[in-house]
Unconditional design. Structure first.
Length: 289
C-alpha cells in the first residue's frame, strides 16, 4: 500500500511539474485512493458510520408497486439521488432556521435551506460532524464543532462503476486569526498543527470520513489551487499562489468536475445557535443549501 501510494504521489508530482495534470484528475485519483486503499498515503480513515434504515416509495413509474413502500438494498444511495441530486422531497426549513444562523452558514445568498424528509437521514448527517471530531482527537488533532471551526461542507456527486456516489468536502478551522477573512478570538491560526489537516472528505459509498493530508503532501498540491494558477508567470499570481497555499483549502471545483456540485451542508450545535442568536435553550440546526 505504501509503495503504491508513493508511486501515485511521484506520478502526480511529476505531472504537475509538467503542467499536464488537472485538479479534476488528481481529485479522481484521491477518490479512488480513498475507496480502494482507505486513503493510502494521502488520508487518514475515520470510523465507518452505520447507514440508516430507510423506506422510500418504489420508483416513479405507474405500476401498482409504485404505491407500496418497500426497503431496497441501495435505499441509502437512492434517497441521496432522489432528494440531493434530483431535488425531490426536500423539506423547506426557511421558517425554522434563525436568520443569524442562516447568514453565518451561507452569507445570506442561499435560495432556501432544506433537509431530507427522513429524520434518520438528517440524524446521520449530524453524526458525520461528531465522527469527524472524534476522529481528529483520535489522531491527536484538535477540532470543535463551532462557528469558527467546523460547521460547513461542500457536496458533490461522481460516477464510479456505473453508479452515482456522493461526497462532502468539509473544511475545519474555517476562520484562522492570521488570514484576512479570519476572526480575532477564534483561538487558532494557520501554524496550528491541526490546520494542516483541516480538510475532510466523506464518501457515501464508504459511509466514513477521511482526514486529508495538507497542501505539502507529495502529489496533492494541485487539489488546493485552480488549474490556471501557476508560479513564475506574473508577480500578482505568485502572491496569490502563496495566499492560497497558506489557506490550505481543498478546491471543491476539482471534485465537482468529476460529476456535479450539489450545494452545501451546515450544522450548528445548540451552543453555537445560542451564541449566534442569544436564544435560551435553542435546538441545534442542520440544513442543506
Amino acid at each position: 500500500m505504501a509503495r503504491a501510494g508513493m508511486f501515485l504521489a511521484a506520478f502526480a508530482t511529476a505531472c504537475v511539474a509538467q503542467d499536464t495534470v488537472t485538479g479534476k484528475e488528481v481529485a479522481r485519483e484521491l477518490l479512488e485512493t480513498l475507496i480502494t486503499k482507505q486513503g493510502g498515503d494521502w488520508a487518514l480513515p475515520c470510523a465507518e458510520l452505520r447507514v440508516p434504515f430507510l423506506w422510500r416509495e418504489a420508483g416513479h413509474g405507474h405500476g401498482l408497486l409504485d404505491w407500496w413502500k418497500r426497503r431496497k438494498e441501495d435505499g441509502f444511495l437512492e434517497a441521496l439521488e432522489e432528494t440531493w441530486a434530483a431535488g425531490d422531497n426536500r423539506v423547506n426549513k426557511s421558517t425554522e432556521i434563525p436568520a443569524e444562523v442562516l447568514r453565518w452558514g451561507t452569507d445570506g445568498s442561499a435560495p432556501f435551506p432544506w433537509e431530507f424528509p427522513e429524520k434518520r437521514l438528517n440524524s446521520y448527517f449530524k453524526s458525520i460532524f461528531w465522527d469527524i471530531k472524534a476522529c481528529m482527537w483520535w489522531y491527536g488533532y484538535s477540532l470543535d464543532i463551532s462557528k469558527f471551526d467546523l460547521f460547513y461542507g461542500d457536496a458533490f456527486s461522481f460516477v464510479r462503476d456505473n453508479k452515482t456516489d456522493f461526497g462532502i468536502v468539509f473544511h475545519a478551522k474555517e476562520f484562522p486569526e492570521d488570514l484576512s477573512y479570519g476572526h480575532p478570538g477564534s483561538g487558532f491560526n494557520t501554524s496550528d498543527p491541526s490546520y494542516a489537516v483541516r480538510n475532510i472528505v466523506w464518501l457515501a459509498s464508504q459511509s466514513r470520513p477521511y482526514i486529508i493530508k495538507g497542501v505539502d503532501t507529495p502529489g496533492m498540491e494541485r487539489l488546493f489551487f485552480p488549474d490556471w494558477l501557476k508560479l513564475g508567470e506574473e508577480d500578482w499570481m505568485d502572491e496569490y499562489y502563496y495566499q492560497v497555499k497558506k489557506a490550505n483549502t481543498l478546491d471543491i471545483e476539482h471534485f465537482a468536475a468529476n460529476g456535479a456540485y450539489l450545494g452545501g451542508i451546515n450544522y450548528f450545535t445548540r451552543s453555537t445557535v445560542a451564541n449566534l442568536t442569544g436564544q435560551h435553550r435553542p435546538h441545534d440546526a442542520l440544513f442543506f443549501v
